[in-house]
Design a protein around this ligand. Structure first.
Ligand SMILES: [Zn+2]
Length: 260
């Protein structure tokens, strides 16, 4: 048995406030039976947890996004307490982002390290957000001696970065970007990812795949990315579903009980 799983979509976003239930219904009709809703701040962790506890198909990844880190360090005891919930399957999204705002680099690093330790302590996988910070994210994961599964969300790197990520045994999650006409180089890399390490995501409401570009993204559109992956790899779309589902189970072991 396999179903489509959206490995990353911040469903607590305001853009879903008026029709979240319909969005989840459309996902279900399309065969997307589980969605990992990833939080970005403490406030968003609370909202995400609420959603996960309310909707059976929503699983939660709780963490502080690097661009949400400011002068003040958030109260991470609160985060730790929330990780107890049954529906939490990962710590994330966490990492470093030096693309827009680099004022709080040291705080970003500190919060990232703290959350890695939290994931290790709770034996939860880590969902990584990395932008303009590849080498340093890799370095921190190395020095922290991470043992839990690592999922590299929204992978959009080059061949060298991919090689490094695969060498470490991490999982890669690819989204709508891979379907963009200009993403030829990224698409070509899809063939180098072993099927047991490849996950699919939408990152809804952002980064809609090509046929829906310019519109709000939603988990049902995962199938456009899946179709693109299947074409690029020269396999049937059902095979992509099977493999990405199995990879998801390995990457997020805590989600297995929801598919029993
Ligand atoms: Zn991200």
């Amino acid at each position: 048995m396999s179903v489509w799983v959206d490995a990353h979509a911040p469903l607590d976003e305001r853009k879903f406030d008026h029709d979240r239930e319909e969005v989840l219904e459309r996902a279900s009709v399309s065969g997307v039976q589980a969605i990992v809703s990833a939080a970005v701040s403490l406030e968003s962790c609370h909202a995400t947890l609420k959603l996960a506890e309310h909707f059976p198909s929503v699983l939660a990844a709780l963490g502080i996004h690097p661009q949400e880190v400011g002068d003040q360090l958030p109260n991470l005891d609160v985060l730790q307490a929330m990780l107890q919930s049954e529906k939490v399957v990962a710590v994330g999204e966490v990492g470093l982002d030096f693309y827009w705002d680099t004022t709080h680099k040291d705080n970003q690093r500190e919060i990232f390290r703290f959350q890695i330790r939290l994931a290790e302590k709770k034996n939860l996988p880590l969902v990584i957000h990395s932008r303009s910070a590849h080498q340093e994210v890799m370095e921190i994961l190395h020095t922290e001696r991470v043992h839990v599964p690592v999922v590299w969300h929204c992978f959009a790197g080059d061949a060298r970065e991919l090689k490094e990520i695969l060498k470490r045994g991490y999982f890669l999650s690819v989204g709508g970007i891979t379907t963009f006409p200009k993403a030829r180089r990224l698409r070509a890399l899809l063939r180098n990812i072993p099927p047991e390490r490849l996950l699919l995501e939408t990152d809804s409401p952002y980064l809609s795949p090509q046929p829906r570009r310019g519109k709000r993204n939603e988990p049902a559109y995962l199938l456009h990315t899946a179709q693109c992956v299947a074409e690029e790899r020269g396999t049937a779309v059902e095979e992509v579903r099977e493999c990405s589902f199995n990879a998801f189970m390995e990457a997020f072991p805590g989600s297995r009980r929801f598919f029993a």
